[in-house]
Design a protein around this ligand. Structure first.
Ligand SMILES: CC(C)(COP(=O)(O)OP(=O)(O)OC[C@H]1O[C@@H](n2cnc3c(N)ncnc32)[C@H](O)[C@@H]1OP(=O)(O)O)[C@@H](O)C(=O)NCCC(=O)NCCS
Length: 208
C-alpha cells in the first residue's frame, strides 16, 4: 500500500470511503438513500478546494483511505459559501423548510446532510484562533491498525506546517472512542465537548 497525493480520478472512490466509515467509523451505506450526500459534505469540498492537502491511501485495488486538510478554516468556510454549497443547495432543498420537519434530532441521515448543506457548522473563533487548520481522516478496515493512520496524519501535518499553519483541529463523534484514542496517541488535546462530538487540536511546529 502507498500513501500518495490525491488525483481527480480518486474522487468517486473517496466518496465511497467516506460513506463506508461515516457512522462513527463504521459503514453508513445502509443508512443513506443518496450515497453521495455524506461525501458532498465531508469529502468533496476538500478535494475541490484544497486538493494539494488531500492524501490517499492506495491499495493495488484502488483508494482505501484519505487524509484531507483545510489550511485556513475561516477562508475555507467562506470559499465553500461562494463555490461549493450553492449548486448543492439547488440540488438538495433545505429539509427544515419542509412541512412536517420536527427538528434535526428526528431527521433521517439524508436530511441531516441536506440540513448541513444549508446550515454548515461554523467553527468557534477561539478554536480557529489557536488551531486555524482542520482535517478529516478515514481508512477502510483493510487499511486500519497497521500504522497507516499515523503516517497519513504525519504526511498531512507536515504539508500544513510547510504551508505555514500554526495548528490543526478536528471534530470526532464522541462515540468514536477508537479514533479519539488514536488522536490522543498522536498528541491531539481535547478542546471542546459538544453534544455528539469532541473538538481536538494540536499545535504545529511553527506554533509551538
Ligand atoms: C481512526 C483511524 C484513522 C486510525 O488509523 P489506524 O491506521 O487504524 O491507526 P494506526 O495503526 O496508525 O495507529 C497509530 C497509533 O495510534 C494507536 N492507536 C490506534 N487506535 C488506538 C486505540 N483505540 N487506543 C489506543 N491507541 C490507539 C496505535 O497503537 C498507534 O500507536 P503507535 O504508532 O504509537 O504505535 C482509522 O482506524 C480509521 O480510519 N477508522 C475508521 C474511520 C474513523 O473513525 N475516522 C476518524 C473519524 S474522526
Amino acid at each position: 500500500m502507498q500513501i500518495r497525493p490525491f488525483h481527480e480520478t480518486d474522487t468517486d472512490a473517496l466518496y465511497g470511503v467516506g460513506l463506508r466509515t461515516g457512522d462513527s467509523g463504521a459503514d453508513a451505506s445502509a443508512q443513506f438513500r443518496d450515497p453521495k450526500l455524506l461525501g458532498h459534505v465531508f469529502v468533496g469540498p476538500y478535494l475541490a478546494l484544497e486538493p494539494e492537502l488531500a492524501f490517499v491511501l492506495a491499495s493495488p485495488a484502488g483508494p482505501i483511505g484519505y487524509a484531507l486538510g483545510a489550511l485556513d478554516t475561516l477562508r475555507f468556510e467562506q470559499r465553500c459559501e461562494l463555490l461549493w454549497w450553492p449548486p448543492l443547495r439547488t440540488a438538495y432543498p433545505d429539509p427544515s423548510l419542509r412541512d412536517g420537519w420536527t427538528g434535526r434530532s428526528a431527521a433521517s441521515p439524508d436530511d441531516e446532510m441536506a440540513y448541513l448543506i444549508h446550515h454548515p457548522h461554523a467553527t468557534p473563533a477561539e478554536v480557529v484562533q489557536r488551531f486555524p487548520s482542520h482535517l478529516h481522516i478515514d481508512l477502510l478496515p483493510a487499511g486500519q491498525g497497521q500504522g497507516y493512520g499515523r503516517r497519513m496524519i504525519e504526511t498531512l501535518l507536515a504539508a500544513l506546517a510547510t504551508a505555514g499553519s500554526t495548528g490543526v483541529h478536528l471534530a470526532v463523534a464522541t462515540e468514536n472512542t477508537r479514533a479519539i484514542e488514536f488522536y490522543r496517541r498522536l498528541g491531539f488535546e481535547d478542546l471542546l465537548v459538544r453534544p455528539t462530538s469532541l473538538l481536538m487540536g494540536k499545535p504545529l511546529p511553527a506554533g509551538t
